[in-house]
Design a protein around this ligand. Structure first.
Ligand code: PLP
Length: 385
């Protein structure tokens, strides 16, 4: 049974909040207590202790996230990477193999290539649009397929419908990192994915002021992940839970504004003489535009583009920009801009970056909530300089 019903805007505000309200408080109070009276809990993981992910703030937030993801259960974690690593280390054991995308987020890429092999977990990288490459990667010990809704920073859209079909046909657990889309634009569980991961540091919180992660899915899948996280220790503290809960309440209005603003900015950039190429799934020129239009409620707030003159021109443009901050991360109210080759993938060789399509001059823009006309005017003056 799914957790709660209602429109996502309403769930983001009210789901999970205790009834009756605690002391009448309209906003869930912060429970800044690490431990609670022992009530005779038989299982260690049920003992009320802050690391065991059962503080009242953690419980309320888990219920809220399950409601907005439309899953039976959810778990909050101390970061997106805590959620991803605890999940993969639960779903996969020594001797297992999994299939994943060749253009993973850099942290997940490092987990896959440098950490999991040390625990006997192997992988094959595939192209999310090349079905034959998934079939070729299948092995008798393949247990899971792990994808991202929109890839970073090229914003490609894998064939998500066929990936779910492929997972079911081959009895694989399907996992998806939905950070770039957020549940406002795409709810993976509704499309058959078994486990949904979010870096809540990005859109779900939306204010660039905390680090958090979440995992959502059926209760029987989430329970062992919670037990693993309880021991690995990737807990979210109550104050961060409070901030994330507050951020979540405005998720729908923020993301919808960012969708609309990013589409206008991407269109402006695609028509600008100094711009060579724009990657944005909302543009008809995007290779998977039709698929994105079918699958997503909105195209998101992330754009990447290349300007004439490569990395040097990009860095000169950054110096002239007044509104976007030059910073990694994304999904917040402040617009952020970065050159991924320099800041996010510096450990990849130039050949590896070229192979993945991340040129030195590629620019990634996370569109915030500033007025779209101000952002366009700022980009225009910076590109003209
Ligand atoms: N997944 C994606 C797509 C990301 O962009 C990031 C961070 O940038 C993460 C996961 C990791 O999230 P966190 O920084 O919250 O650990």
């Amino acid at each position: 049974m799914k957790s709660e019903s209602g429109a996502i805007e309403t769930l983001a505000i009210h789901a999970g909040e205790p009834k009756p309200r605690i002391g009448g408080a309209v906003v869930m109070p912060i429970f800044q207590s690490s431990t609670y009276e022992y009530l005779g809990e038989a299982d260690y993981h049920d003992v009320r202790y802050i690391r065991l992910n059962n503080n009242p703030n953690q419980i309320a937030l888990c219920k809220k996230i399950a409601a907005i993801e439309n899953t039976e259960a959810a778990l909050v974690a101390g970061s997106g990477m805590a959620a991803i690593s605890a999940t993969l280390m639960t779903v996969l054991s020594s001797g297992d193999h999994f299939i994943t995308l060749d253009c993973l987020y850099s942290g997940t890429h490092e987990l896959t290539t440098k950490i999991l092999p040390g625990y006997g977990i192997s992988h094959s990288f595939v192209n999310g649009n090349d079905h034959a490459s998934w079939e070729r990667a299948l092995k008798p010990n393949t247990k899971a397929i792990y994808v991202e809704t929109l890839t970073n920073p090229l914003l490609q859209v894998a064939d998500l419908v066929r990936i779910v079909e492929f997972a079911r046909a081959n009895k694989l657990v399907s996992l998806i990192d939905n950070t770039f889309a957020s549940p406002i634009n795409y709810r993976p569980a509704d499309h058959g994915f078994d486990i949904v991961l979010e870096s809540c540091t990005k859109y779900l919180n939306g204010h660039d002021d905390l680090v958090a992660g979440a995992v959502a899915g059926d209760a029987e899948r989430i329970r062992p992940i919670k037990h693993k996280l309880d021991i690995l220790g990737g807990t979210l503290d109550p104050h961060a839970c409070f901030l994330l809960d507050r951020g979540l309440k405005t998720l729908a209005v923020r993301v919808r504004h960012q969708n609309a603003s990013a589409l206008r900015i991407a269109t402006f950039l695609s028509e600008h003489a100094a711009v060579k190429h724009v990657n944005y799934p909302g543009l008809p020129s995007h290779k998977q535009h039709e698929r994105a239009a079918e699958l997503f409620a909105g195209f998101g707030g992330m754009i990447s583009f290349e300007i004439k003159g490569g990395a040097e021109s990009a860095d000169r443009m950054f110096e002239r920009l007044r509104i976007p901050a030059l910073a990694v991360s994304l999904g917040g109210v402040e617009s952020l801009i970065i050159r991924p080759a320099a800041a996010i993938h510096p450990n990849l060789s130039a050949e590896q970056r070229d192979a993945s399509g991340i040129s030195d001059g590629l620019i990634r823009l996370s569109v915030g909530l500033e007025a779209t006309i101000d952002l366009i005017a700022d980009l225009e003056q910076a590109l003209a300089g």
